[in-house]
Design a protein around this ligand. Sequence first.
Ligand code: AP5
Length: 208
Amino acid sequence: TFDHNKVTVIYILGGPGAGKGTQCGRLVEDFGFCHLSAGDLLRAEQNRVGSQYGILIQTCIREGTIVPMEVTVKLLENEMTAELQRRTGDGWNDGRGRFLIDGFPRKMDQAIKFDTEVCLASLVIFFTTSEEVMLVRLLERGKTSGREDDNIESIKKRFRTYNDQTMPVIQYYAKEDKVAEIDSTASIEVVHKEASQVIKNLFSRALP
Ligand code: AP5
C-alpha cells in the first residue's frame, strides 16, 4: 500500500479512442505527472522476452477483453514503486508522486483491489464522446498505429467490454462524487483546457 500523503492518483477513463492517452500527454507537461497507461504497460509486457503472460495479453487485446486483474495491478504497482524511488530525494515536488493512471480500473474487481490494497484515487476524469466519433478516430489511427486492435472487429468488441464492464466502475466512483466528466468531442486543445482546469481545482483543494 502506498502512503496517501506521498501519492496522488488520478484515474483517466473513457471509451476506446475517447482521447485518454492524448490528453494525458498534455497533462504531464502541465503538472509533472507520471503517466501510466494500463494498455501501454500490457503491450510492453506482451513484448517482453520471457514473459509468461505474452500470449494471454495478446489474446485479450485482440479480443477487446480485460486482462486478468492480477497482471495489470502488479504492473502498475511495480511502475509506481519504481517512479517513487526515482523521485525521492531529487528535490522534485518533495518526493510526492503524482500519477495519471490511464485506462484503469476497467472492471469492478480492479477498482476494489486498488482502492483497498494499493492506493485510493483522488479523482476520476471521464472523457465521453459518441461511438461514431471514437470509431472514426480509431480507424484513422489504425492506419499508422500498428495496433492489433485498431480494426473494426476488435473495436466493436472493445466498445462492448467498455459498456458492460467499465461503465459500472464509473458509476461506482460517481456515487463517491469523484468523477469529473468531460465531453471529448471537441478539439484536443479545448478538451485539454477543461481537463487542466479540473486538475487545478483538485490541487487547490487538496494540495495547498
Ligand atoms: P488501451 O490501450 O487502454 O486502449 P483503449 O482504452 O481502447 O483506448 P485507446 O488507447 O485506443 O484510446 P484513447 O482513449 O487513449 O485515445 P487516444 O488519445 O489514443 O487498451 C487496449 C487493451 O488493453 C484493452 O482492450 C484490454 O484488452 C487491455 N487493457 C487495457 N487496460 C486494461 C486494464 N486496466 N485491465 C485489463 N486489460 C486492460 O486517441 C485516439 C485517436 O484520436 C488518436 O489518433 C488521437 O490523435 C485522436 N484524438 C484524440 N483526441 C482527439 C480530439 N479531441 N479530436 C480529434 N482527434 C482526437
